[in-house]
Design a protein around this ligand. Structure first.
Ligand code: PMP
Length: 380
């Protein structure tokens, strides 16, 4: 029995919180997708190369399922590492030009693992203000002192690194911002990190498969093999699968195996996802032109919307307030076109936007259909 000390019902605040979100246009709903190909034009997913339904990728998943079963059966350190995990790690390192790789069960967990296992109270983290939530959470979990600098503000980063009391330092950033689609000058950031004896952790979630002929933005910048560079990836975007990875020197990977809690205390990535990702890596390695196609399609989408092209598959159309952004998203959906709608807290207040993502497999007919639909929903 609850003691009666005037405490409120512990869930009573939820109704008010939900009403507040509704008034601000910030309620989210889940929309279960039916199976199979649907009629909607998908300009919302992160399946940048269209590999999530590629027959070779599906065959890779099916073969892994038959060979190793539905689950990986344990943590990576116990029974959850299959020969296929090891093969995927070699393939990812090979594609991206990194010395070694370690597969995690998501990109989120890869970021948590990389930052927490390599930073700590004696390590200053300089973190980009627009970093993905997983990197922000990783910084918080690491118990490191953190200085947040504006997106791409290398002068502020240099000041923080120069003035630090901590012996060690780490710079943490997204190569490509997931809401803006812009690419940071990674070679410059690497030079900055070297100058101040810092590690550089780069999340290349949106660069893999899209930049550098598919090898990613870190490889494109020519810094993939550098000793102080650690790259994190997701297997869930251009690779069309699920999972994440950290790439770096052998010493870095050994530290993660021993110390990254999101690696050690998590069940290994399921074999089907590993098999799918491995097939996708092989396709990307064999066909660098896929990356160029997705960038070309992104440029065409941007032109239709009358916004500048970005450095990636991501095309943001800033609307401003959350309500109107959501209304435009729904209007497009009614006409059979699905785009993303990013609202606070995913983006800063006042910058709610439609987020279109290009796919290498978009056809001219898809683009024509989008163009007509866009005109139909745009205020004249
Ligand atoms: N980093 C970035 C930049 C991302 O956009 C995402 C996915 N939204 C992640 C990490 C997390 O990857 P995953 O979905 O595999 O957990």
């Amino acid at each position: 029995m609850t003691e009666d000390r005037g405490w409120p019902d512990p869930l009573a605040w939820l109704a008010d919180a939900a009403a507040e979100r509704a008034a601000a246009g910030l309620r989210r709903t889940l929309r279960p997708r039916p199976p199979g190909a649907c009629d909607e034009l998908d300009l919302a997913s992160n399946d940048y190369l269209g590999l999530a339904r590629d027959e070779r990728v599906l065959a890779g998943a099916a073969a892994a399922l038959a060979g190793w079963g539905a689950g990986s059966t344990g943590s990576r350190l116990v029974t959850g590492t299959t020969e296929l995990h090891a093969e995927l790690e070699r393939a990812l390192a090979g594609l991206t030009g990194a010395p070694a790789a370690l597969v995690f069960s998501s990109g989120y967990l890869a970021n948590l693992g990389a930052v927490t296992a390599l930073a700590g109270p004696d390590c200053l983290i300089v973190s980009d203000a627009d970093n993905h939530a997983s990197l922000i959470d990783a910084c918080r979990l690491s118990r490191s002192p953190v200085v947040v600098v504006g997106r791409g503000d290398s002068e502020a980063a240099a000041r923080a690194l120069a003035q630090r009391d901590e012996p060690r330092a780490m710079v943490v950033l997204d190569a490509i911002n997931s809401a803006d689609g812009d690419l940071l000058p990674l070679a410059d950031w690497h030079a900055l990190a070297v100058r101040f004896a810092a590690l550089l952790v780069v999340d290349d979630a949106h660069g893999l498969g899209v930049r550098g002929g598919g090898r990613g933005a870190v490889a494109e910048a020519g810094i993939a093999g550098e000793a102080n560079v650690i790259t994190t990836l997701t297997l869930s975007k251009a690779l069309g699968s699920q999972g994440g990875a950290v790439l770096g020197s052998r010493a870095v990977i050994d530290q993660l195996i021993d110390r990254a809690r999101s690696f050690i205390f998590d069940t290994g990535l399921n074999p089907a996802a590993v098999g799918a990702a491995l097939a996708a890596v092989r396709i990307i390695a064999a066909k660098p032109a896929l990356a160029a196609s997705v960038l070309a399609r992104a440029g065409e989408l941007a032109a239709i919307c009358g916004v500048p092209a970005t450095d990636s598959a991501v095309v943001p159309v800033i609307i401003g307030q959350a309500g109107p952004a959501w209304e435009r998203c729904l209007a497009l959906r009614e006409l059979g076109v699905q785009v993303g709608c990013f609202r606070p807290p995913s983006v800063p207040p006042g910058t709610a936007r439609l987020r279109l993502s290009a796919r290498a497999t978009l056809t001219d007919a898809d683009l024509e259909r989008f163009s007509q639909t866009w005109q139909a929903v745009s205020p004249s």
